[in-house]
Ligand binder design. Sequence first.
Ligand SMILES: Nc1nc2c(c(=O)[nH]1)N[C@H]1C(S)=C(S)[C@@H](COP(=O)(O)O)O[C@H]1N2
Ligand SMILES: [Mo]
Length: 320
Amino acid sequence: MLIRCAHFAKPAASEITPRHLAESRRLFLSQLAAGVLSATGVALDAASAEGGMRQLTAPANPAFTAKDKPTRFDDATTYNNFYEFGMDKGDPAIYAGSLKTRPWTVRIDGEVKKPLTLDIDALLKLAPLEERLYRLRCVEGWSMVIPWIGYSFAELIRKAEPTGNAKFVEFTSLADPAQMRGVNSRVLDWPYTEGLRIDEANHPLTLLCVGLYGQVLPNQNGAPVRIVVPWKYGFKSAKSIVRIRFTEQQPRTAWGRAAPEEYGFYSNVNPEVSHPRWSQATERRIGEDGLFTRKRKTLMFNGYPEVASLYAGMDLKKFF
Ligand SMILES: Nc1nc2c(c(=O)[nH]1)N[C@H]1C(S)=C(S)[C@@H](COP(=O)(O)O)O[C@H]1N2
Ligand SMILES: [Mo]
């Protein structure tokens, strides 16, 4: 069963572009059938299908604005990994409309002075929102550049008041088979969980994310709240989070449980450490799909060298 999963099989480079195009065509047709397209033929996002585009603007933070050209909104919202809604890149955009993002609470517990359950609308107001243009690179070898909206996860850590025993943070995504058709398949051991060391979670780059491109997060991108850790492979950035647990022990992760030798706890973007079945030295930037487009060289820490000090003295081949 694991064989069918994209993270377990390297797609042939020649397959990628046509497949990507085929999927957006498929998405267009299915949205047309589902009535998600407006009369003008403009695709509305998942939130708008429920009732009105939900604008969410925030000032750009120049300290966190990548120099790269942003990926097209349509690419960022139709080429997704969100296995709770299926394994094809187009599945989340087609099927995530069934996710109900209100009411929504996030449980904060474990090694904290006082466990609490935060309503999503309280979570949104915990700190001023800002826009950050981050690169995000998938372990499969493609990357995007997205104007995310949120605030540093460190703000939430401050609010949670972890105890002195808290060494790690575990993120748990929703796993409701009634809303998420992919959870009925056993491709992963649900719920999806991820984790960070507490100093990684406290790094100002680590973003608690609630929006992108000036609007609330589309469901397929992890509504209503996700994490974005730009110097790590994309799968570390858990979507649709319902629980944040502070722990003393290193938490287990969904991908780590599925294939520990392939998905290490750290999973820092590192061109020098190959995935056991393919090189991580280069990447394809989504949108740069021309016939003669060269792959980009993958940068250490995805081009965020400021995080290097978190790993001083660690052998990153061992702690991959
Ligand atoms: N809950 C959950 N979070 C997830 C995933 C998933 O399947 N389930 N996929 C991950 C992977 S592999 C990637 S590359 C990113 C993709 O984020 P995006 O679709 O918003 O670009 O989400 C990550 N977060
Ligand atoms: Mo990924």
